[in-house]
Design a protein around this ligand. Structure first.
Ligand code: AMP
Ligand code: MG
Length: 532
């Protein structure tokens, strides 16, 4: 599987200039002349002049409901993410004009966009729910950038749709900030994810456990198709739509399979492998999604639908970040098994298109990819370059020790880069994180032997480890601080500060030392549950 990884690009990676896009031809006359800014002889767009190319809306009507966003009064910009704006060829300047927020939240129609709510179903907490769909998010449309990349613009919190069930179609500012920042945090760590473009708030109160300011988030992904999008057509026995959907996803996101005779099998198995890679990456950084229902599983193997997620602080395999998950179905340690379960559900949904053997093989392919990748990542976290027998024992024994000693996962691995093989060694800063220091000393003897076995040199290993073990993660108390300032005082500066910080999680940034620390001891737990 690792050989396969080296030769294949992730499906969310979009090859440059591979897609012919007639809309990229420069218009002879700018549509709205005053909104173009000329830079290097190229016409630069503003947000509302983006060139839309709506491929999903050309699928059969049953795939979606056409819907327009419901704006809220007096919208204003909370934050704009310049890195994501760039994916749309937008400069931050091209988003800072008085009516920008109105275009974002649907108060003004976006020319060329054909907004819709996508239909899907899914297994939620193990039970099939026949009709879900975008109940509070709207696909504004798809934009092709100058490189020919297709980006879905998804507006979350945009009001009621046919799929809203008992919900109000809204999102609270708190949850949009969490999604916005965590998307960038995972992206900064190199983990595939949807990305937040901007947050807009307005004069509307949304009722959850208590009244809260409402907000909308525009997020980008090459596609928002989920495992549950396939499930809905399988369980309705609409196999012709299942085929259309598989063809659509292959055409746009797995184009190297187009000419393959058994392309549906290859497609299923590639999704299985990418999902394995994704979950291995979450495990390695100590992150839990919190609601791994099949409707939250991306067909591109990227992190999707941030809800009650969390980064672990002290290592605890039973870590449950979702307050509503009483059984711990989606605990940190269960994620690899849940990935297996979800791939089985996807394979079952694709069974009309692939032979039974291929259906059976999919979860095994997932598992192999996940285990191989996890082993590689953990080896890298220890600074090891070669694969030796019993490396897994070295990792497991360390994790057990960290658990019993309640050692902060991120801090420890970052500090391990300073491990010295000199004699006498000075590893006090590392060993002091453990209560039972002697037991940790026993482990370090094995670690040192292992380093010696591959002739590891401290300085080189240190710089390698510091590119693998982050200094900063989005700890819950950090995002909470940004939320409190934003909701209580309309002070959005902390959001932008974290956005900048998390872009470079491996680089120690001057003045930001406190942001690397675990939550102050005794701080109250931050309760997060589904669908806020
Ligand atoms: P989630 O747990 O956020 O992934 O949502 C699960 C399903 O419930 C999806 O179909 C959502 O679109 C829908 N949903 C969640 N929250 C709301 C809400 N406030 N209003 C309408 N639909 C919602
Ligand atoms: Mg969801």
């Amino acid at each position: 599987m690792s050989r396969w990884t080296e030769t294949r690009r992730h499906p969310s990676y979009q090859a440059k200039n591979t897609i012919h896009n007639p809309r990229l031809v420069k218009p002879s006359k700018p549509v709205v002349a005053e909104y173009f800014t000329v830079q290097d002889n190229t016409h630069m767009h503003q947000f509302h002049t983006l060139p839309f190319d709506n491929t999903y809306v050309r699928l059969p009507d049953v795939f979606f409901e056409r819907v327009t966003p419901t704006p809220f009064p007096h919208p204003h910009v909370v934050s704009i993410n310049p890195a994501v704006a760039e994916l749309l060829d937008l400069t931050p300047d091209a988003m800072q004009y008085p009516t920008f927020a109105e275009y974002c939240c649907g108060a003004k129609p976006l020319p060329g966009s054909d907004p819709l709510a996508m239909l899907y179903a899914g297994h939620q907490f193990g039970h099939y729910v026949p009709q879900l769909g975008d109940g509070r998010a709207i696909l504004l449309g798809e934009v092709r950038n100058q490189k020919g990349e297709k980006w879905d613009l998804h507006l979350k919190g945009a009001g009621l749709t046919r799929f809203s069930r008992d919900g109000d179609g809204r999102a609270v500012l708190r949850s949009t900030i969490r999604e916005y920042l965590c998307g960038e945090a995972l992206h900064g760590l190199g983990i595939p994810t949807t990305r937040g473009l901007c947050i807009i708030s307005g004069e509307e109160v949304v009722y959850r456990e208590r009244p809260e300011p409402g907000a909308m988030l525009i997020r980008l992904a090459p596609s928002h198709v989920r495992f549950g999008t396939f499930e809905v057509f399988f369980y309705r026995q609409q196999y012709e739509h299942l085929t259309v959907l598989a063809d659509y996803v292959i055409q746009h996101h797995y184009p190297h399979l187009l000419e393959e005779q058994n392309r549906y099998v290859r497609f299923l198995h590639e999704v299985a492998a990418w999902t394995g890679h994704l979950i291995a990456q979450w495990q390695a950084v100590g992150w839990a999604h919190g609601v791994l229902n099949t409707d939250n599983m991306s067909i591109l193997g990227l992190t999707l639908d941030y809800g009650p997620f969390g980064f672990m602080e002290s290592f605890n395999p039973g870590f449950i970040c979702n307050h509503s998950d009483h059984q711990g179905r989606y605990s940190y340690q269960n994620q690899p098994d849940i990935g297996y379960w979800n791939i089985r559900a996807l394979a079952h949904a694709l069974s009309p298109l692939v032979e039974p053997d291929a259906v059976k093989a999919a979860p095994e392919i997932y598992e192999q990819a996940m285990l191989t990748r996890y082993a590689e990542l953990m080896r890298a976290k220890l600074g090891l370059e070669e694969a030796h027998a019993h490396d897994d024992r070295l990792v497991t024994d360390l994790l057990n020790l960290m658990q019993t000693n309640q050692v902060d996962y991120t801090t420890f691995f970052r500090s391990l880069s300073r491990f010295s093989q000199e004699f006498p060694p000075d590893n006090t800063g590392i060993r002091d994180q453990f209560v039972t220091r002697e037991v940790f000393d026993d482990w370090t003897v094995r670690y040192q032997e292992r380093l010696k076995a591959e002739k590891s040199r401290d300085e080189i290993r240190k710089s390698r480890m510091n590119q693998t073990n982050p200094h900063y993660i989005l700890r819950n108390h950090l995002v909470q601080q940004a939320i409190v300032q934003a909701t209580a005082h309309r002070d959005y500066s902390e959001i932008d500060r974290l956005l900048t910080l998390l872009k470079q999680p491996y680089t120690e940034q001057p003045g930001m030392e406190a942001y690397a620390n675990p939550a102050p001891s005794g701080s109250p737990p931050i309760i997060v549950s589904c669908s806020s």
